[in-house]
Ligand binder design. Structure first.
Ligand code: ADP
Ligand code: MG
Ligand code: MG
Length: 238
């Protein structure tokens, strides 16, 4: 299958199993949402998919356009077209936005002649932010906007976003939902993680998965979001 395929993935952190046999697909041209309560393993799942060294995959398979990703280092996964917008993006004092993006583009083998300033404007950041240090002094919402800008700049095959809505105002939410639609219209796969039903209703995903205690416990559409909003997450016994 085209896009991201995750099969029976198990992930441990410091010897504790956090993701406990997760299977799903994030096809191209589709917005897939993973909803889950705090501590359910959402960030662990995305960081493990990206290849973060702290997260040990103890079982399962991950394919991007049919190619195995688990044997690859994080930068190799990025070169294959996987991108993660972090829940808490790190500040990079002294690294300017434009040089960060240019350098990363070079490493990804992309042309460096990309319209940084218009992308910044498109996510609601002033053009002058190209000259600022990455995330330094950015407000919470501005950090989220810059993460979305990166997704637009790199045009990855699979865009994973970890709670891109936290700190975003209502205009920011509208921007996020428009930009995610643009990405899927261009044939990208979008995998959005959030625990906020309002955001998800805004984004109007094609598919919704509920992650509880490291397992996918329900799958549906907006009906599932509404059910979770009124009844809470399904309770699973350990
Ligand atoms: P979510 O993103 O759904 O809120 P996380 O994936 O951040 O959940 O965390 C899931 C569980 O794994 C939590 O119990 C958390 O304490 C634990 N965990 C995650 N990352 C680490 C880590 N680096 N060290 C220790 N425990 C971790
Ligand atoms: Mg959390
Ligand atoms: Mg998280």
């Amino acid at each position: 299958m085209d896009g991201l395929v995750v099969e029976n993935l198990h992930v441990s952190v410091d010897g504790k199993e956090i993701v406990r046999g997760v299977s799903f697909t994030a096809p191209k041209g589709v917005i897939t949402v993973i909803m889950g309560p705090n501590g359910s393993g959402k960030s662990t799942l995305l960081l493990a998919l990206m290849g973060h060294p702290r997260y040990t995959v103890t079982g399962g398979r991950v394919l991007l356009d049919g190619e195995d990703l688990l044997a690859l280092k994080p930068h190799e996964r990025a070169q294959k077209g996987l991108f993660l917008a972090f829940q808490s993006p790190p500040e990079l004092p002294g690294v300017k936005v434009y040089s960060f993006l240019d350098e990363a583009a070079k490493r990804l083998g992309l042309s460096v002649d990309r319209p940084i300033e218009s992308i910044l404007e498109g996510v609601g950041l002033p053009r002058g932010y190209a000259d600022r240090s990455v995330h330094v002094g950015f407000s919470g919402g501005e950090k989220k906007r810059f993460e979305v800008a990166q997704a637009l700049f790199f045009e990855p095959k699979v865009v994973m976003l970890d709670e891109p809505d936290s700190g975003l105002d209502i205009d920011g939410l509208r921007m996020l939902s428009e930009k995610l639609r643009e990405l899927v219209a261009k044939g990208r796969a979008v995998l959005l993680v959030s625990h906020n039903p309002k955001t998800i209703e805004y984004v109007k995903p094609d598919k919704v998965l509920a992650l509880v205690s490291g397992r996918i416990v329900a799958e549906g559409g907006l009906d599932l979001v509404e059910r979770i909003e009124s009844e809470g997450f399904p309770v699973v016994s350990e």
